[in-house]
Structure formats: C-alpha cells, structure tokens
Ligand binder design. Sequence first.
Ligand SMILES: C[S@@+](CC[C@H](N)C(=O)[O-])C[C@H]1O[C@@H](n2cnc3c(N)ncnc32)[C@H](O)[C@@H]1O
Length: 280
Amino acid sequence: MNQADFDFIASLLKQTSGLVLTPEKAYLLESRLMPVARKFGFDDLDNLVGSIRSQPSNKKLVDEITDAMTTNESLFFRDTKPFEQLKTVVIPMLLKARSATKTIRIWSAASSSGQEPYSIAMLLNDMKVQLAGWTIKIMATDISNEMLTRAKAGTYTQFEVQRGLPIATLVKYFKQEGESWILDQSIRSMVDYRHFNLLDDPRPLGQFDIVFCRNVLIYFDQQTKAEVLARMTQVMANDGVLFLGAAETVLGITDKFVPLQGHRGMYEVAQSGASQRRTA
Ligand SMILES: C[S@@+](CC[C@H](N)C(=O)[O-])C[C@H]1O[C@@H](n2cnc3c(N)ncnc32)[C@H](O)[C@@H]1O
C-alpha cells in the first residue's frame, strides 16, 4: 500500500474509532483488510482503498474496515487481580453504599468477545447468597459488530476456555459441544450487549457504579484517552469505581479520575473540594 493510501486509512480509523495506526502497524493492513476487500468484491487493497476514497460515505464499508482493524484479544478473568478487587473490595463497599436501592449497574466498556462481562457475571453469580434481593445489571458494549455477535453467542474454543478460566468454573458454567464450549444461558442472560463507540456520548447508556474500561485506551492517543475518560465521569456515580487495564493509567492523562488509595488499577471520579475516599 502506498503512503497516501496508508495515511488515508490511518486518518479514517482515527476519526471513526480513535484507534491510532502507526507505521509499525502497517503490516496489519494486509492480513486484516484483505478479507474485507474480498467480501466487497475487490481483488486487492488498492481497489478497496480506491473505492473508500471515492465514496467515504459508504458507511457499511467504513464500519467493516474499522471493525477489521480493532484488536480483540481478550481472556476470562484477565489479570486476575481486578476480579479479586471487584469481589473483595468493590462489591462489599457497594453492598453498604447501595443498601437503600439494592441495585448495582456495571459497564464493560470494550467487551470484545465477552470474556470480561461474563467473568463479572460468573463472579457475581458465585456471590448470589450475599446478593440475594439485589438487582445487578451488566451492560457490555463494543464498537465491533463481529465481536458483539460472538459475545452474545457465548461459545468459546478449547484454547479460549483454557486461558484464565479455573477448571471448576469451566465445569460449573460451560457445556462442551464438539470442539466448542457453550456458556450457560443463566450467565449469558445476565449481560446486556449494545453497540457503542467510545468516541460517542455515553449518557444514553445510563448511570454506572462500576466501569471496566480495560485494554482499549492503549490504542488511543493522549487526547482521545482524556476525552473518553472525561465523558466516562458523566455516567459514573460519585462513589463509582473505574477499572483500567494493567498497562493503563489516568496519571498524566486526566485529573478527572484519581487512583483509589491502596488499590492498583482502580480509580474513582475526582471529587471537587471533598477529600478522596480511602478503602485500604
Ligand atoms: C483488546 S480488546 C479488550 C477486551 C477486554 N476489555 C479485555 O480487557 O480483555 C479491545 C476492544 O476495544 C474495542 N474498541 C476499539 N475501539 C473502540 C471504540 N472506539 N469504541 C468501543 N470499543 C472499541 C475493540 O473492538 C476490542 O474489542
């Protein structure tokens, strides 16, 4: 692909999703966009890019290109620690703080193929005695329609269930059918999937007590990260908790969130004037 076409695709991607395509990632274009080219009847990437350059309003093609360029790597209980923190710190805190409404809303903001929201759902199901009488809502969103379809299906390969899932959890919640492992409907039905672009206004999604926004900000530039985080504060309860990925932080990006003292990877909305909460 020539430089002008590369620049065009990089700028299109930035505009549609915030994803930054650096020159070192140019090698990804061939493998990720060739299937899209073939699907739309083009022989090669030059023809695909030529078509989109002459018809930038072709939403279907733009969406497919964006979808193909997303990195969807995910695994169950990724990094373990955030899920332990959810169980031992955040849920106990909300059991006290929400005792009047007995409702907790959780958002998995880049849910990919569903491992993250389903890990949350399985964990909460394991706490069902403590959560009896409570309404727990889990919303999971992603920009990729392909990933949303996969996530809703709740069907995983042997390789996927071997990554991160304790064997007891696998046996408890999955059924094997041929080469696939199918997640129990009781867990699948706990998650409400929606298409959502993190560049958009999240307020129509409602208010959340817990947000998982993990391993997606890394693909954005500093300004986009700051804007996404700023919008997130608009849909978070004052005492809500944000989980970021292991390689992500708010530090140096925004002062709208502050780290939760003593809990790496967890953040709370910065309170103007009042002192920050300490849970450690
Ligand atoms: C690497 S996966 C992370 C999945 C999961 N959160 C985890 O930590 O395992 C990143 C996901 O972010 C999604 N994504 C990328 N840009 C997005 C955007 N602008 N809005 C919403 N989702 C986006 C991708 O489609 C992909 O599924």
